[in-house]
Write a protein that binds this ligand. Structure first.
Ligand code: FAD
Ligand code: NAD
Length: 477
């Protein structure tokens, strides 16, 4: 193998895990290659993985567009603003989303060039002897090798055999980002993060949306008080959320799709224009390594790694959606940075206890740390402070007063153990809680911190005060 094909590090996968790992490796002076197989709408290589191409960014672009439309239609009367004849041009909205994706994915290519990272477009497969074979349409392009290889191939939607994707009427999350018009009736299987975000987009634009959720608990990953408020608010907006609903069959015919499902009241059949299947994602390990280079997987199909992200194969690491933990872009990126530093010879640590989670519905739902139900289940003695946005001057001025901040701390030490927010700009407010928890802060620390007035962040301050029943703008019970 020529020296051109030998690298210090090869990254397979160019998503937020892989591209960030590649940039950090290059910053550390390592000769780095990144192999990614994603092809954009224009049939060209498009770096950024699921997140930039068909995940975080395009979904947030559509959430913003649909929010503006909804605000103009229903959200401004209280401000004395009357707007009529508001229309939505769905193809223009989709083009705006595609333009944003194009700018950001081109930006990653620019960063690769600036950092002198060699980029290969094709499918990477780990062979014995730390060789990576790169193919395109099953034709071999080249082989490269390295002593250190980072697997960062991400995840893909889980299929439901009873509701096969036809990319016409039955789509996965990627298809749901590209409807050419608002479906009149839209079904969503799975009321998880994707179902709620994309269901909200199309509901705001006028679709009748029904979500069919198999479990009987809504958003079990969230704090139960916040989840109950979210369910109430989202139902009020018109999302028809059906719990304990098991889809038995979905058949696409002509321009319609018929869905049969069962719930506690019996069997039902509904006819829809589109159906989104969003029942979770699974790691992309198909054809990733040859039998001679076996990589150990856990019982759920994720790649097993040790505390320094190394697989059973010395020098081969894995990060992001491929390994245990939440499937989140920022978790993948932080692992990418950390693993680059491991390869460079450092021993970085990542605090998995303070990974923020956000659901970008309106109201936004955001949390970090543990929920009340998790803490009570392990017998932890806790204190709780809750501050409703209705008592926030800034939220009143915004005309967006739904929701609350819920702060949980240890009864013994007052250390913050979890912060759970539902309400305006919850995603941005959460950063203060993440930083506080990273520094093992107490609610007293937050209570002593001066917050600007009038800001939504005062709700964080008040929730910290409420933990010890000394909130200033609500009665303390
Ligand atoms: P990916 O981003 O999946 O990247 C993996 C890359 O590897 C892809 O380009 C893939 O094509 C490529 N690849 C796969 N196999 C091979 C191979 N053998 N050879 C070469 N290349 C290969 N997370 C958030 O934190 N915030 C959000 O708001 C958010 N919104 C989301 C919305 C949607 C609709 C979806 C679907 C996901 C969302 N996520 C969000 C999750 C987020 O996208 C993932 O957690 C994140 O992209 C994982 O990063 P990754 O680098 O591990 O993998
Ligand atoms: P999810 O796990 O959030 O939700 C899937 C839902 O489908 C669950 O509620 C589950 O009970 C339900 N379900 C499973 N099988 C079912 C069935 N047969 N019938 C009906 N319901 C069924 O998964 P997702 O929404 O597909 O998202 C995948 C991943 O992407 C998530 O882990 C999430 O972390 C990530 N993501 C994150 C964001 C964000 O950070 N804002 C946004 C989108 C996606």
């Amino acid at each position: 193998m020529s020296s051109d094909n030998k690298f210090d590090v090869i990254v397979i996968g160019g998503g937020p895990g892989g591209y960030v790992a590649a940039i950090r490796c290059a910053q550390l002076g390592l000769k780095t290659a990144c192999v990614d197989d994603f092809t954009g709408k224009d049939n060209k290589a498009s770096l950024g993985g699921t997140c930039l191409n068909v995940g975080c960014i395009p979904s947030k672009a559509l959430l913003e567009s649909s929010h503006h439309y909804e605000q103009l239609n229903h959200g401004l009367e209280n401000h004395g603003i009357k707007v009529s004849d508001v229309t939505i041009d769905v193809p223009a909205m989709i083009k705006n989303k595609d333009d944003i994706v194009g700018r950001l994915t081109d930006g990653i290519s620019g960063l690769f060039k600036a950092n002198k990272i060699t980029s290969f477009h094709g499918h990477g497969k780990l062979l014995a002897g730390k060789e990576v074979e790169i193919t395109s349409n099953k034709n071999k392009i080249t082989s490269i090798s390295s002593e250190s290889i980072i697997l960062a191939t991400g995840s893909r939607p889980i299929d439901m055999p009873c509701a096969p994707i036809d990319n016409k009427n039955i789509v996965d999350s990627s298809g749901a980002l590209d409807f050419d018009k608002t479906p009149k009736k839209l079904g969503v299987i799975g009321a998880g993060v994707i179902g709620l975000e994309l269901g909200s987009v199309w509901s705001r634009l006028g679709a009748d949306v029904v979500l069919l959720e198999a479990q009987d608990t809504f958003l079990p990953v969230a704090d139960s008080k916040i989840a109950a408020e979210a369910k109430r608010q989202l139902r009020k907006q018109g999302l028809d959320i059906k719990m304990s609903a098991r889809v038995t069959k979905a058949v696409s015919k002509g321009k319609k799709v018929t869905v049969n499902y069962e719930d506690s009241s019996g069997e039902h059949s509904i006819t829809l224009d589109k159906l989104i299947v969003s029942v979770g994602r699974r790691p992309n390990t198909d054809n990733l390594f040859a039998p001679e280079a076996p990589i150990e997987l856990d019982e759920r199909g994720f790649i097993e790694v040790d505390e320094l992200w190394q697989t059973n194969h010395p020098g081969v690491y894995a990060i992001g959606d491929l390994i245990r933990g939440p499937m989140l872009a920022h978790k993948a990126s932080e692992e990418g940075v950390a693993v680059a530093e491991v390869i460079y010879g450092e021993k970085p640590e990542l605090n998995y206890n303070v990974i923020p989670s956000v659901i970008y519905t309106r109201p936004e739902i955001a949390w970090v740390g543990q929920t009340e139900q998790q803490l009570k289940a392990v017998g932890e003695k806790i204190k709780i402070g809750i501050f409703p946005f209705a008592a926030s001057g800034r939220a009143q001025a915004l005309g967006d007063t739904s929701g609350m901040v819920k702060m949980i701390s240890s009864e013994q030490t007052d250390q913050i153990l979890g912060v759970h927010i539902i309400g305006p700009q919850a995603s941005e407010l959460l950063a203060e809680a993440v930083l506080a928890m990273e520094y093992s802060a107490s609610t007293e620390d937050l209570a002593l911190t001066i917050h600007a007035h009038p800001t939504l962040s005062e709700a964080m301050h008040e929730a910290a005060l409420a933990v010890d029943k000394r909130a200033l703008h609500i009665p303390n019970k």
